[in-house]
Design a protein around this ligand. Structure first.
Ligand code: ADP
Ligand code: ASP
Ligand code: MG
Length: 417
């Protein structure tokens, strides 16, 4: 007997038929003798709709009330799945974040999980063989008791945190693809599924745009050593051999990967904006004058490039920020204009960041320069570059995203045979 967490994303619970399908997957594991906690997302599109309503109600709204609204999508699916399971003769009970409780920080809209009390659900595994159906994405602030949400894609994090709290043997993330691919299979049909991905690589893939897992879920998995397995909810429950090896991707320690490739995968993100400050004084303290106020405004600055300006006397500073923070960042820079001292600011939101990730890069030189050559041959201009031990990223015009991703995917031999 094992203890499992099974997480189902929005597409997997998009309507009652799909919820029935999910229930059959759950029943399959219960019938095999396992203790099961299920974590569900809201129905596909629901969270977007709720977020849209908040914006429509007021563009500048209270984050606590935003959470009260958007947490509701998961409440519905948790209840519905419990109803369907009960109808199939499986003992089941739904749980909202406040009922366990799942305690979080007070960063409304992107709260961090601090503690989960899993005692009651474990007790019920033992006493009644009861399946726990838990609403993902939500918790409550540890002091105020108000509802919080964990940021978009946060049900992954709920699932991994619950797996750690109840010491589950595995956390299965069921989604609309059958694993983690070398890049988004919707964009590159030649992408292939990876059997195993190291935590460090998955962390980079996720934070650089592969939304198959939320970044924090990978962080938690790494810290608490949770076995995360990404697999498809569209496989027919009846076709799965309970003793076989289903298709999917295991997120694991680096040491557990026997055949390490130099490049594991490619991620991309169009949620970037570029800001260039022209003709800045080239003197000590300027970078602090620019990036200090941005940090205070909670803007995450990513790529930074400094070069000599057109007149050769001053300097130009280019950097990227999340597209959602673009306008706010421009306002911050504008306010600090006299402090910084510059001629003008240019901005662009039609940019994309394409990133190449692989632990093998640690021990291989020249991986990035191959990419620069290949992109140049396609006439793709690189606006900025960043590198670290196991990844590098280039900033390009958004219109070339797909071409760049496909080019690099072939370059590093990732295309499916
Ligand atoms: P869920 O609703 O189940 O949480 P998401 O839409 O959040 O599912 O994540 C799954 C999607 O992630 C896939 O449909 C796929 O388009 C996208 N994706 C992006 N990069 C990758 C990748 N490298 N491997 C697999 N899927 C990826
Ligand atoms: N429903 C939430 C979202 O769409 C959480 C999730 O699906 O993981 O972001
Ligand atoms: Mg998701």
């Amino acid at each position: 007997m094992s203890r499992l967490v099974m997480k189902f994303g929005g597409t997997s619970v998009a309507d009652i038929d799909r919820i029935r399908n999910v229930a059959r997957h759950v029943k399959r594991e219960v019938d095999a003798g396992h203790e099961v906690a299920v974590v569900v997302s809201a129905m596909a599109g629901k969270t977007n709709e709720l977020v849209g309503w908040c914006r429509e109600a007021s563009p500048l709204h209270d984050a606590r009330e935003y959470d009260a609204v958007v947490a509701s999508g998961e409440q519905v699916t948790a209840g519905l799945l419990a109803i369907v399971l009960q109808g199939m003769g499986v003992t089941a009970r739904s749980w909202q974040g406040w009922q366990l409780p799942i305690l979080t920080s007070n960063a409304h809209g992107s709260a961090r999980i601090l503690d989960i009390n899993g005692d009651e659900i474990v007790k019920r595994f033992k006493d009644r063989q009861e399946v726990a159906v838990i609403a993902g994405f939500q918790g409550i602030h540890k002091d105020t008791g108000r509802l919080t949400t964990l940021g978009r894609g946060g049900s992954d994090t709920s699932a991994v945190a619950i797996a750690a709290a109840i010491r589950a043997d595995r956390c299965d993330i069921y989604t609309d693809v059958d694993g983690v691919y070398t890049t988004d299979p919707r964009v590159v049909p030649k992408a292939h599924r990876l059997d195993k991905v190291a935590f460090e690589e998955m962390l980079e893939l996720a934070s650089l745009g592969a939304k198959v897992l939320q970044v924090r879920s990978v962080e938690l998995g790494m810290v608490h050593k949770v076995k995360i397995f990404v697999r498809s909810s569209f496989e027919k429950p009846e076709d799965i051999d309970p003793h076989g090896n289903p298709p999917g991707t295991l997120i694991c320690d680096e040491e557990d990967i026997v055949e390490q490739q130099v490049v594991t995968g490619i991620a991309f993100s169009k949620d970037e904006a570029q800001i260039s400050i022209r003709n800045v004084q080239d003197k000590p303290g300027v970078a602090a004058a620019i990036f200090g106020p941005l940090a205070e405004a909670n803007v995450n600055v990513d790529m930074i490039v400094q070069n000599v300006s057109a007149d050769g006397k001053k300097t130009d500073l280019t950097f990227t920020v999340p597209a959602a923070d673009y306008q706010r960042s421009m306002d911050v820079i504008d306010k600090a204009k006299s402090e910084i001292g510059f001629d003008r600011v240019d901005g662009a939101t039609d940019v994309a960041k394409v990133s190449v990730i692989g632990i093998g890069m640690r021990s291989h030189a020249g991986v990035a320069s191959q990419a620069f050559q290949a992109l140049a041959e396609r006439n793709i201009n690189i606006r900025a570059i960043t590198t670290s031990e196991i990844k590098f990223s280039v900033l390009i015009d958004a219109a070339y995203t797909e071409l760049a991703v496909r080019t690099l995917h072939s370059l590093y031999g990732l295309d499916k045979a």
